[in-house]
Structure formats: C-alpha cells, structure tokens
Write a protein that binds this ligand. Sequence first.
Ligand SMILES: *Cc1c(COP(=O)(O)O)cnc(C)c1O
Length: 402
Amino acid sequence: MVKRNKNLARLVAGYLFPEINRRKKEFLKKNPDAKIISLGIGNTTEPISSYILNGLHGKVARLGTIEGYSGYGDEQGITELREKIAEKLYKGLVKGDEVFVSDGAKCDIGRLQTMFGNEVTIAVQDPSYPVYVDGSVISGVTGDFDEARGQFADIAYMRCCPENNFFPDLKALPRTDLIYFCSPNNPTGAVATREQLKELVEFARKNHSIIIFDSAYSEYIADPSLPKSIYEIEGAREVAIEVSSFSKPVGFTGVRLGWTVVPDQLKFDDGTPVRNDWNRVMTTIFNGASNISQYGGMAALEEEGLAEMRDKISFYMENARIIKEALKNKGVKIYGGDNAPYVWAQFPGRKSWDVFTEILEKCQIVTTPGSGFGPAGEGFVRFSAFGHREDFVEAVRRLEAW
Ligand SMILES: *Cc1c(COP(=O)(O)O)cnc(C)c1O
C-alpha cells in the first residue's frame, strides 16, 4: 500500500465550491421546480468575441497545413505574445523575456509553490482566493489547522475588512518570506491604492520578502488613479512576482491562458536570480501553453481585441451595478463592484452560511459564503458579476421581493 501524502490530509474538508454545489443539489431535490440563478462561482459566461475568436480559429486552421503546423514550442511562450503582453498590458514596465506564458494564473501559483518549496513562511490576505492557502498546504508549509481560530498555525493572515479599508495593518504583521496579495481582490472587490501598494512594496523591501501579486482582474480597474500592476510602484521589480490571466478579461477560463512576470532583478538570498529557477521549473514540469490559446491571446492584444476586451468588461460591470442597486435597500453594507466583478455584501450580526441559505431558499439565488474565503469573510456573501443579463434582471426582481 502507498502512504498518502500527509499534507493532503491536512486540507480543510469541504472545499468551498463543492460544498456550495452539494447544498444547491440538496435544495433542488426538495424543490425540483426551482429555477436557480447562480451568482456564486467566479466563472465567465459570455461567448468569446469575434476578433479574438478569429485568432483561435486562424491557428486551428493553420495546424492543418504543412507550413502552419507547429508542435512543441518554447515552454516560456511565443516570443511575439510575451512582447505584446509587456508592451500592451505593462506599457514597457516589464520586458518580454520576463513574461512567462502559461495555461493560467492558478496553475502558475501552484508551480510557484513548487519552486519555493516547503521551508518558506507565508502571509495571505484574509479573506482570500483559496489556492494561496490550499496550494501551500499541499506543499507542506502551513503547520496544523487550528479549529478554534479557523486558520493554519504557520500562516500569517492579513485581515482585510471595512475597518481597515481592506488593506492590512502591516505594522502588526510578522516578517514572512512570501506575501500573497490580490488586487483587484477576489472576493472583496477591493483595489489597493498607489499609496497602499507603496507601503506593501516598502514592507517587502525592508523584510527581504517576495510579493506574489495576483492581478487577474487588473483590466476591470476603471479608475485611472488605481494601479493595475505592482510594477507601477517604484522598487517593485526587486521584490515582486506578478501572476495574471486572460481568463477574466476575455473569457479564456476554458481556453486557458495566463502568464507570470519574474523580473531580472528579483534574487534569492544567495544572489541567484529567481528567474533562473522559475525558468527551470517551467521547462521541467510544464510544456508550454496551447499554441491555439496563444494565438487567441495575441488577437486579444491587438487594437480590435483590446476593444472587445473593454466591451466584455463593461458588460460584466453593468451586471455588478445592477446587483449593487438591488441590494441597496436591504440593510446590507455593500463593498466592491466598482473596479472588480465582485460585490462583497455584509450582513452584520449574521453568519455567511445562514445568509447563503436564506438567499437560496427565498430567492433561489446561489451566492458564495464569505467565510469560505477565510475567517474575516464571516458575515459576508459574495455576489459575482459573471452571468447573463436576463439572469441579473430576474435576480434583481427576486431580491426586491425578498
Ligand atoms: C479566476 C482567478 C484567477 C485565474 O486563474 P486562471 O487559472 O488563469 O483561470 C487567478 N486569480 C484569481 C484571484 C482569480 O479569481
């Protein structure tokens, strides 16, 4: 018999989304005619727009020709795409050869955890996207789960709540090797200001820590004063890795395409570039993103593609506006939803799962209980702006009757 990896046994049972699905199925068993609207999972719903779709089609067609066929490509991605990402999305703040193209941001986070190994200490925002913690648990860096606190012993949790404007009190935070930071944030919809990110970069520089900055929603930022990338902050190139993705801006959640930026200046304590080890990890346990996806990504970064990207984002952000409007008169405190496709709704004095159940039973709407993202999410539920317009219109009707 094979011994089970004990780290996997330490994962907290009932991963959030399977648990939501279980409760949804249970509800449907008792109410088979219910027409459930899901505003829960952060998955895109709208079809891929035509110019970007053509980029995908074009490569598919060329794969059937002698001249257009390509097999394995560079594991780091097609040079033209890497350069386009650097130029169009980072305005030259990073170089093409610092961009490593991949099959998605989540997958890159997992591989970063492999690269850093199990002897690092970490800090995460509370609440946060589950892979920072759960991936770290699988890598064996977290210590045991403390039931009473609802937290792992060896993780520093950075509480982000309305009282601190969703930005952690860094003075109270111990030094850690890695700091995971997501802005615009999933689940809270909060976006860190330039001043806040300066503070974070200073903190990392002082402590010789590395920030893993998740900017999967950066294109949702409408306010021009808010930074879209950590590299807009001076000094970030020495202390930050940025992971990002085509999933949310152009609906490539199923197509799969993302990237990670590792700047040349980022070094380990022995003076070796982090970039070298990342290159080694990517060429060893990853074999390159799909060439079809990469051609779709290149189309997305041409002028027509970027215009389609902006349209798609406006569509989802209108959903966010609609849902915020509906929640206005419900005795609920509403956060997010302005520069991020998530509305973070606080129900003071109530438990997230109770609110989830009530909204499911009374409105047949599935939300995401905030407590599933960390203890500081208790009392909140997350409404996602991803969905068809008619579902939002219907959801509003039901919420108004609630
Ligand atoms: C959706 C999401 C991602 C995207 O992951 P992909 O693997 O690129 O689809 C990354 N980070 C956050 C916070 C997300 O919500």
